[in-house]
Design a binder for this molecule. Sequence first.
Ligand SMILES: [Zn+2]
Length: 66
Amino acid sequence: MRKSKTTKRRTPAEYKNIKCQNSDLETSKYAKYAPIEGPCTEVVNVPDNVERVLCHRCTSRSASGK
Ligand SMILES: [Zn+2]
């Protein structure tokens, strides 16, 4: 008996909201791109397997090199 190949099933991606990793400047690798005023408060919607994220604001700050 042949096992029928399971067709690629698209599991609906699970998303969650997590804070930008610059919300914790002590553990963030990108702390130098955090807002000057202090820890970043941006929340980003990411796939469930993502543990750390840099929000678009910190990302663009890092890209501009400022
Ligand atoms: Zn941020």
